[in-house]
Design a protein around this ligand. Sequence first.
Ligand code: NAD
Ligand code: WQD
Length: 365
Amino acid sequence: MSDTRATILVTGGCGYIGTHTIVCLLQKDYDVVVADNLSNSSIVSLDRVAEIVGLSEHDRASRLVFHQVDICDEAAFRKVFESSPRFESCIHFAGLKAVGESTKKPLLYYDNNLSGTFVLLRMMDEFQCHSLVFSSSATVYGAAENMPITEDTPVGAGITNAYGRTKYMIEEILRDFYQSQTLEESTTDWSITILRYFNPVGSHPSGKIGEDPNGIPNNLMPYVAQVAIGRREHLTVFGSDYNTADGTGVRDYLHVMDLADGHLAAMDYMKQKKSGIFTFNLGTGNGYSVLDMVKAMGKACGHEIKYVVGNRRQGDIATCFADANLAKNEMGWVASRDLDEMCRDLWCWQTQNPNGFAGQPCESQ
Ligand code: NAD
Ligand code: WQD
């Protein structure tokens, strides 16, 4: 850690979005402390981050510090705060995110995602870090009726799973918490940004880091990538009878590097605003269907992606895409990478790491 560089705490920093964001943080000259229990990630991911950024062993020891810790464990997490310089900001990715699993194990999801946030807020308060970026999700909008979805679209109703409700509940908790900080004094120095991600896909263009799902992927693009590389026979398209142009579900896919940039934009915005609680959609504003994505990935990998049409998946909605103008107008953030770039970079990650981080080290490839 340096006397001149600011240090950012990244919870869940070994995961998919966390690693991409840490690349951006290090490249913008921040020091990073990662707190992750590795429940859904591999420590190899941070080795790859160091490779991408070109950190020497020496720099790595000081600029990218890792603590294997469950953030719900207050005593253990306190040690992270005690042993670090004061954090300028915290980006809070840590959470469980598998929609289907959350339906089977709701208590695990409420416990992990909510408790982790409670402990984090207590620690931040105690150790005087008053700037927080929270990973929320478009899932909080439930089955919104009007597209595109603005930040004013009602949230909470129509969420079909416990995972989505943890995001909604944490947003509400953050609002209550922020309000509580303004009660005693007329001003507060707390700033909180809630980022509602739409559908992040792709990987860093180096192909050294990317999404590494456990077992059978739940999400569309990791599944499509595994079909493309021959790990799976075919994709099952979940329904072709939706009220959309080609009958398949429409989503707002955004490149994970654009999403990563959004976190730095949020930190800059909070610095400029000094205090407040802010909510932004992060998406491209474009909707693409399942078949559009299959076609785009076929183009990136140079051969057709086999698919069969199956039944609708329970809880799915027909269409979901963002109005991302607020993030553009307020933070100056736009998602600039297109579908071809998303698929090209996903393919780069998939071909270099057919078995994810469990495969060979990337440096030798
Ligand atoms: P991920 O699973 O790859 O990363 C989350 C990380 O948090 C993992 O490394 C995991 O080990 C860690 N973690 C979980 N519980 C923890 C705990 N109690 N203590 C310490 N570490 C813990 O997920 P991701 O795709 O990188 O998502 C990051 C965040 O963004 C999550 O909160 C997720 O809900 C949210 N989000 C993701 C998407 C998406 O499509 N990927 C969309 C919207 C929101
Ligand atoms: C996209 C489209 C499917 C898989 C989920 C979570 C959401 C957020 C992002 C965290 C849909 C179709 C999918 C497959 C398919 N995560 N599909 N065959 O459902 O928009 O959002 O991930 O916050 O909370 O719900 O993304 O990638 O699962 O699906 O046809 O094998 O692809 O029906 O239309 P979704 P997804």
